[in-house]
Design a protein. Structure first.
Length: 389
């Protein structure tokens, strides 16, 4: 799909992609954004794209962008109170079980509708996509990704438009921000689809929109988790930005031994196949990005929840050592659940600190950030050190 909003040359643009992974991703990305802010990179962002749990963080950041208190050095003074703390409070709730059970008990409501209600009640209120920054002078352009169950395409949800490259661009629709985030995080099969009714006359055809002629596709959208198509949310910024930052909280694929596979039910087999497809897609996109950075076609940095922080080899570059060392605690964080259920304080604190530490290592290793050490951990109570004796 052509990029309908292009205010800056791609050679100068900087983009950040926030991956999916339920509340685990939401919390991990809080830590990454926290460190990006301290390094002076938050205000440099031109594009922020996201899927699933990453869209919770991105949408909340976008909704509150106008209230960020940027100092003269470009660093936000109220990041913790305005962005981090409300998201932490939200991730202390369980919204997936109630939504699924509610849909079973009262079939008049689909679980996706109940998830949307939870987002609206506890986080986004009556805000719409139009309350996000405009991508020009008021902050970066935010793109939340969902996946169309009708066309199989990635669907972009932005302030200016909703886009499916095979159908076209939907403009002038005030889509609730809670509904957009619900669509981006509607994990199959239980939470999708999120259905969005549209005015078919509000669509605009674009080059390649071979399905624009089908009015039914312009009347109702059936959307699932953006991670079904691209779990990194990387597609937009990889095309429009020269500097690409990726925060990846996606779950590494676990090994299934024969004794486990033998007892899989049919739903488990289906989920396993989906996980394998997702893992391979993410791996291909990650390798392509890292190859582009190594070959100097792009500049940027990648950090993933399963990354080994020692692999950044900061000291070999004459840089201050990483904020922590790889150990049992950091290894276990990559295996945390990806649900939308309650994360207790220790889980939250360690995920935030891990996102913070990895972003620090990746940014200092691959981009000019300076080497000023942080004053303190975001959540100093919850150490990343393995305290076992």
């Amino acid at each position: 799909m052509p990029n309908p909003v292009s205010d800056t040359s791609s050679k100068r643009k900087t983009g950040l992609a926030l991956s999916g992974g339920g509340f685990r991703a939401t919390l991990f990305h809080i830590g990454a954004l926290w460190r990006l802010n301290e390094l002076g990179w938050l205000h440099r962002l031109d594009e922020i794209s996201s899927v699933s749990g990453g869209s919770i963080t991105a949408a909340w950041l976008g909704l509150n962008w106008k209230s960020l208190d940027f100092a003269n050095d470009g660093i936000v003074n109220n990041f913790e109170t305005l962005i981090a703390e409300p998201l932490e409070a939200f991730c202390a709730r369980t919204i997936d079980v109630g939504s699924v059970l509610g849909g079973l008990i009262a079939p008049i409501y689909h679980p996706g509708q109940l998830i949307t209600r939870a987002y609206r009640k506890h986080l986004f209120g009556d805000a719409t996509l139009r309350d996000l920054p405009d991508g020009k002078h008021a902050g970066p352009r935010f793109t939340l990704y969902a996946t169309s169950l009708q066309t199989g395409s990635s669907v972009r949800l932005t302030r200016a438009y909703v886009g499916d490259y095979r159908v076209g661009l939907l403009r002038r629709e005030k889509i609730p921000l809670a509904q957009a985030v619900a669509a981006s995080s509607a994990f199959p099969p239980v939470l999708c689809p999120i259905r969005i009714a549209c005015d078919p006359k509000a669509w605009q055809p674009v080059d390649g929109a071979d399905l624009y002629v089908h009015q039914d596709l312009r009347t109702q959208l059936y959307l699932a988790d953006g991670g079904v198509y691209d779990n990194l949310g990387l597609e937009t910024i990889s095309k429009t930005c020269h500097t690409v930052l990726v925060s990846d909280a996606g779950a590494p694929l676990r090994i299934a031994h024969p004794s486990h596979v033998r007892w899989f039910g049919q739903l488990h087999y289906t989920k396993r196949v989906f996980d394998i497809i997702s893992e391979q897609t993410r791996a291909l996109r990650t390798r392509k990005l890292i190859g582009d950075i190594i070959d100097a076609r792009k500049q940027g940095a990648y950090w993933g929840i399963a990354s080994k922080i020692g692999d950044y080899r900061l000291e070999s570059q004459g840089l201050r050592p990483a904020l922590t060392k790889d150990n049992r605690v950091t290894l276990q964080l990559a295996g945390m659940r990806t649900r939308l259920n309650r994360f207790h304080a220790e889980e939250q604190g360690r995920l935030i600190n891990w996102g913070y530490a990895l972003a620090d290592a990746a940014m200092r290793r691959y981009l000019p950030t300076g080497d000023t050490p942080p004053a303190a951990w975001p959540r100093p109570t919850f150490s990343l050190t393995d305290d076992r004796r």
